[in-house]
Design a protein around this ligand. Structure first.
Ligand code: ATP
Length: 927
């Protein structure tokens, strides 16, 4: 009953009943106790597959069932040795399959944890970020636009806060929230305007609330079962391979039946043929394929994590390799997001500021002379707005190292909590003696109209002894539109067009040298004046001046952009910043080619889709854009056939991130909403991480092609040798147990090692592949069939030669079968090195992939064991073979590689053209 009344309580009642405090929140120890008592703030998950079920699932496989049937028949016929060996192989197979799937499942789960949401809370008086699942009742949580509400909260403060609650209330329009008491007792959820519900999202504004319910006790928890999203973790390729697998089953069974019938017609014993047929079917079906694909994907995804790219949606790993355009934010992704104000312009005066980074020491100069600010009211006003219309906090911390050494003169290290743009202004104000602390006693913040990327400005309403003051800062071109006056030579004068032009020009001069420019304005409010909405507040302002801040490009980005260009991927900058700033930085980074276009949000708005489509291929910079423009850009690029990777961090970026082929969000500065919409999270917010992810994406796809090539060519070879022998009326070239052995040892281990193969050197010098490309494209199908046929014929040849020499004796047959077995194994083990390159075996260092060398060596040793260990010979029906036979084995096994090598030299087969075309036209990318 109590819980229904949270909305009726006043702040102090609320905090008392939850044992919390508005300013210092819960003590960490109290929070830990509550967590222990009430459990994590999580919605209970759907059932996880237990390892035992996973293991049992392995035996449900169709082919395993056939094998088990065969075992039963062998057992009934008294062939106990056969039956036991088959059982051993089935168990081994199941264990391998289980290990593969278990590992894949575990890494997928670890991935989910990595992208788990966090929350900003006050604990013990400090603002800290904790995992959302560690929230407890009584925690004071801060929310801002783009955050997902991490638990049920009762608001104690709300600034223009709007929350989208459609998942809970069905109300599709975001609702305004407040912190006032609501008297009524019974209220539908939609009317509980002072409560924030877990899982809903903040679309605008900021708020502070105290946690009243967590986990399954929340409103969302009550309906958790209904809304839990189950996102498909299967990639299109996995899906296609599954279908291919089904087709191959039919083909393999058809061929096996033909082999069995042909064998029986040629006088082979029915039981022997049945067992051979079953083994052949088992061997021919690449049942391990899906598991190896999953492993290759999962391991690739883990390599990506090491390179700071977290994959949220597995299918995007495939799409990454197809990306032909990367649309990137500027601030923080291409640049360092470490801003320092270097220039100030005020009423026609050009000033320079000294000092570096966040260290608040420095001075302001006019014509090279340091200024005394005591009597300079204009600059003081600008500093006042910088300090008060600001949420960033500068923190001085001694480096741990120095603390330990107790050095006499520890160098202070300054860090920033909050938005770097605001941080730069905090530093400016502190540097010049107008820190927020020094103004705190004089001005109290009454209200905030938070920054958003549509208005591109922020305001605060302050009360002071003399009345009320509104301070605003924002993008100068847009802020000037709200100003009627300007502070010029210390006086407030009308903001005439001439003066406006002067201000605009000053801003452009700063922007041309890659500075990010902010404008400042203020006005005093009459006591009767209403100031509830932004529209009521932000008008008739007095323009004060401009501050220009540097934000240096990230060092590694220029190279990454050059890599993209070589890889046929176009880089486009999309930013809310001024066009000239954007162009200057694009120039420094090599984004903009000669003749490339920079477009502003206004120009974009004035165009229809057709006009945009005509320009989109040659546009490299979009400036002063709003989030909805991003969606149009993505769509236009997609219409032109591009596969688009798009970054975003704000709440309004989510639609564009979702619409992009690869939506990318920022791990550090990104909002929850943008992260949830994205397929890839950059844990370091860095552009070059996108390029690394694309490289991995391409590598993973090529590795999948490599082991498909290996596995299927092996299977074709195995079927063909049996098929041709039966058609030619020859005895069985391989006994069933040998076929199963080849399938398990020779096929399995090296294929897995191929899945983690290093990428070829020129991987990032090729055009992106088409998203519609068939896995067998680029002659892979031909390579599989031709190699399979060659392996089949050569194995059969070696068998036939040895058989003829044996003179028809039983021992001669066993020797011939052993030679065929050794030839097949050797041919495959040579082939596996061929598969590493799209060209030929000689193209790459065969010892580079250590796993592969190990897999091949162990396969080889195991084969030798089967041949030469006496105890194993009767099981595997082998006899030891001598030097002459080995020569035959090596020649027969080497022929396929030799023939294909000559073929590739003659036909330059498989050579992919490198892409040196620039700028990249739409024609160069097939979709
Ligand atoms: P990107 O999309 O590349 O990250 P951005 O971060 O520069 O671009 P926005 O954050 O939308 O884009 O900023 C656009 C403009 O709004 C800036 O050029 C600046 O003038 C202004 N601005 C940015 N941050 C603030 C802020 N905290 N308060 C007021 N104005 C701001």
């Amino acid at each position: 009953m109590e819980q229904l009344k949270w909305h009726q309580m006043g702040t102090s009642e609320l905090l008392d009943s939850l044992g919390s405090s508005q300013d210092s929140g819960l003590k960490p120890s109290a929070a830990a106790e509550r967590l222990e008592k009430h459990g994590h703030n999580e919605l209970s998950e759907g059932e996880r597959i237990s390892p035992i079920i996973l293991l049992l699932n392995q035996f449900k496989d169709f082919m395993v069932l056939i094998l088990m049937g065969a075992t039963l028949i062998s057992g009934l016929l008294g062939e106990y040795l056969d039956a036991i060996t088959i059982v051993a192989i089935i168990v081994l197979n199941a264990v391998l399959g289980f290990l593969q799937e278990f590992r894949a499942e575990r890494s997928l789960r670890a991935l989910k944890e990595l992208s788990a949401p966090s929350a900003k809370v006050i604990r013990g008086g400090e603002l800290v970020t904790v995992a959302a699942k560690d929230l407890v009742t009584g925690d004071i949580v801060y929310l801002e636009s783009g955050d997902r509400v991490p638990a049920d909260l009762r608001f104690i403060e709300a600034n223009s806060c709007y929350i989208e609650e459609s998942a809970l209330t069905g109300e599709s329009v975001p609702v305004g929230k407040h912190a006032a008491v609501i008297g009524e007792e019974e209220l539908p959820l939609g009317d509980q305007r002072n409560i924030g519900f877990m899982g809903t999202m903040v679309t605008r504004g900021t708020a502070r609330g105290v946690v009243i319910r967590t986990g399954m006790a929340t409103e969302m928890g009550k309906i958790a079962g209904l809304i839990q999203e189950t996102e498909s973790m299967e990639t299109p390729l996995q899906h296609r391979l599954e279908q291919l697998g089904k087709l191959l089953i039919v083909v393999a069974i058809g061929l096996t039946v033909m082999v069995v019938v042909a064998g029986i017609l040629h006088g082979q014993p029915a039981y022997g043929m049945f067992l051979a047929g079953v083994s052949l079917a088992v061997a021919a079906i690449p049942e391990g394929l899906p598991a190896i694909v999953t492993i290759a994907l999962a391991l690739g995804v883990q390599r990506m994590i090491k390179r700071k790219a977290i994959v949220r949606k597995l299918p995007s790993v495939e799409t990454l390799g197809c990306a032909s355009v990367i649309c990137s934010d500027k601030t923080g992704t291409l640049t360092q997001n470490k801003m320092t104000v270097t220039h100030v312009w005020i009423g026609g005066r050009k000033l320079e500021v000294s000092g570096e980074g966040y260290d608040p020491t420095g001075a302001i100069y006019e014509d090279g002379k340091a200024l005394d600010l005591k009597n300079d009211q204009s600059i003081k006003r600008l500093l006042q707005i910088s300090a008060l219309c600001n949420n960033a906090v500068l923190v001085r911390s001694e480096p741990e190292e120095q603390k330990r050494r107790k050095s006499k003169e520890p160098q202070p290290e300054w860090t920033l909590k909050g938005d770097p743009t605001e941080g730069a202004l905090t530093v400016l104000a502190t540097k010049l003696g107008s820190s927020a602390k020094s103004l705190e006693a004089l001005y109290q913040r009454v209200k905030e109209f938070p920054f958003d990327s549509e208005r591109k400005r922020m305001s605060v309403l302050l009360s002071h002894q003399g009345g009320r003051l509104l301070c605003t800062k924002g993008a100068p071109d847009m802020l000037m539109e709200q100003c009627a006056y300007v502070l010029w030579d210390g006086k407030v004068v009308p903001f005439t067009n001439t003066l406006k032009r002067k201000c605009a020009e000053a801003g452009e001069v700063m922007a041309l040298s890659a500075l990010r420019v902010l404008g400042f304005a203020y006005r005093d409010l009459r006591s009767t004046e209403r100031c509830e909405t932004e529209a009521e507040a932000e008008n008739n302002l007095i323009f004060v001046g401009l501050a220009g801040m540097i934000d240096p490009p990230r060092r590694e980005v220029k190279d990454a952009i050059a890599t993209c260009r070589r890889a046929g991927i176009k880089t486009v900058m999309i930013t809310g910043d001024h066009q000239l700033t954007a162009e200057a930085i694009a120039g420094q980074l090599g984004i903009m080619p000669r003749g490339g276009i920079a477009m502003s949000g206004r120009q974009l708005e004035a165009m229809d889709d057709e006009q945009l489509d005509r320009l989109v291929d040659n546009t490299y910079v979009y400036a002063r854009v709003s989030p909805e423009h991003k969606l149009r850009i993505v769509k236009a690029l997609q219409r032109k056939g591009h596969v688009v990777a798009m970054t975003g961090d704000g709440v309004n970026d989510a639609p564009a991130i979702k619409a992009a082929d690869i939506g990318i969000s920022m791990g550090i500065t990104g909002t929850d909403v943008s992260k949830e919409a994205s397929a890839l999270v950059l844990s370091d917010d860095n552009f070059s991480t996108i390029v690394a992810a694309i490289e991995e994406g391409r590598g993973i796809y090529e590795n999948i092609r490599k082991f498909i090539r290996y596995l299927l060519a092996s299977n074709v070879g195995e079927i063909l040798v049996m098929f041709l022998a039966m058609m030619a009326g020859l005895p069985l070239p391989l006994v069933p147990i040998q076929i199963l052995w080849v399938n398990l040892v020779t096929d399995g281990l090296p294929a897995m090692a191929l899945g983690v193969d290093q990428a070829e050197k020129d991987l990032m010098q090729q055009k992106p592949r088409s998203a519609k490309e068939n896995i067998f494209a680029r002659r892979l199908g031909w390579k599989i069939i031709s190699r399979g046929v060659l392996i089949g014929i050569c194995t059969l040849g070696a068998f036939w030669i040895t058989l003829r020499e044996g003179g028809g004796t039983a021992e001669g047959l066993m020797k011939a079968q052993t030679v065929a077995f050794a030839t097949l194994v050797m041919a495959q083990l040579i082939h596996v090195f061929d598969c590493r390159s799209s060209r030929s075996i000689f193209h790459r260092n065969p010892f580079q992939n250590k796993y592969l060398v190990l897999a091949v060596l162990s396969s080889l040793l195991l084969m030798l064991g089967v041949l030469y260990i006496e105890a194993l010979q009767p099981i595997f029906k082998t006899v030891p073979i001598g030097f002459r036979e080995w020569c035959l084995v090596f020649v027969a096994a080497g022929i396929p590689t030799f023939v294909m090598g000559i073929g590739s030299v003659l036909g330059k087969s498989g050579k992919t053209k490198t892409n040196s075309k620039w700028p990249l036209g739409p024609q160069s990318v097939a979709r």
